[in-house]
Design a protein. Structure first.
Length: 358
């Protein structure tokens, strides 16, 4: 009886290590996401600057954040239903192209002398609505462009694009503000959002099964019932959003660990988690095709995060803190990639938009 030969692993420096990037459609999808992330950061920074200059009332600031968040939550389920009905690609293209509207509203208002808090709130409302339709469409397409063995690497590459945008956007905002003023970040955002949508026009939509055409209300309730009767999916959705808690924790404690070491130390500590995320994401994008079981990756990365946080609680030594911040960034990235990949594998195609909207 002859033994079955083991599947050969690709060489360490093989192109197969970044299998998702070998697909032209995925490259366009990832590039569009990167441009959109940078555009989103510029818009939020510009809106925040205008909010500070237009009003000093705390109530207005609270109202601004409510307008940025509440409509997105209210429209989320219908937006996911629309993705399931007509396909995520048309929805994503429309949302990306509509992403120019919030910045145009503010820029035209500033040129015409109509820049008011009400106009800023209208811009925030338009931003929230665009994001409500963009999120389920983008997450639904990820599985289509990076299926099977390419999924983990695809999730890792999209995560790296978000991290790169978070690193590059503040630098771009400062450069634009120094050259022409903060308001000129708005036309730059318009160009980036428009470029993001145009890139998607060249990308063919992945094949998808036809979805029965019930009313939008019935499909919303059907998606909600499916979610409520599938506890593993709910658990994965909670886990997908949990790394955001770690981000807020690091932002809150960073000044304490940089105390007495100057602005350079503060900058290094803020950059360390993002650098760690890039390292962890690059490694998983490289070897993603070989990962079959995601639970060990999730458990291992969460364990590293717990140990790092425990050590941070007992030390104020700057260089050790810097290393721990770096490890936390890498662990957070690995955990996010693992749970998002697990979620993508579990969600059925017919309900993908309605589940991925949360």
């Amino acid at each position: 009886m002859t033994a079955c030969p083991r599947a050969s692993r690709p060489p360490f420096f093989s192109r197969a290590r970044f299998a998702a990037l070998r697909v032209p459609e995925f490259r366009r999808f990832c590039l569009s996401g990167l441009l959109d992330e940078v555009a989103g950061w510029l818009l939020f920074a510009a809106q925040g600057w205008l909010l500070i200059n237009l009003t000093h009332r705390p109530q207005t600031v609270v109202l601004f954040f409510i307008v940025r968040m509440a409509p997105k939550a209210l429209v989320a389920l219908p937006a996911g239903t629309l993705c399931d009905r007509v396909g995520p690609m048309p929805v994503l293209r429309a949302a990306r192209m509509a992403g120019v509207a919030p910045a145009l509203i503010l820029f035209v208002g500033a040129l015409a002398g109509w820049l008011t808090v009400d106009l800023l709130l209208l811009s925030a409302l338009a931003t929230s609505l665009c994001q409500a339709f963009e999120r389920p469409a983008q997450r639904s397409l990820l599985h289509g462009y990076a299926p099977g063995e390419r999924l983990v690497g695809g999730v890792a590459l999209c995560g790296m694009a978000s991290t790169l945008a978070a690193l590059a956007s503040p630098l771009l905002f400062v450069a634009v503000a120094a050259v022409g003023g903060v308001l000129w970040a708005l036309p730059v955002q318009v160009l980036l959002a428009l470029a993001s949508g145009l890139v998607l026009l060249r990308a063919a939509a992945p094949a998808r099964a036809a979805v029965a055409g019930h009313s939008v209300g019935k499909e919303c309730w059907a998606g909600l019932r499916y979610l409520l009767t599938t506890p593993p999916i709910i658990a994965l959705l909670v886990l997908v959003s949990s790394p955001g808690v770690l981000d807020r924790l690091l932002t809150f404690v960073t000044p304490e660990y940089a105390h007495g070491n100057g602005a350079a130390a503060m900058t290094l500590l803020f950059l360390a988690p993002a650098t760690g995320a890039l390292i962890g994401g690059s490694l998983l994008a490289w070897i993603g095709g070989e990962l079959r079981r995601l639970l060990p990756l999730a458990l291992g990365s969460s364990s590293v995060a717990v140990v790092s946080v425990s050590l941070l609680a007992t030390t104020r030594f700057f260089f050790l803190s810097l290393i721990l911040f770096l490890l936390l960034g890498a662990a957070k990235a690995a955990f996010s990639i693992a749970v998002m990949s697990a979620l993508q594998r579990r969600v059925p195609d017919h309900a993908r938009g309605r589940v991925m909207t949360w």
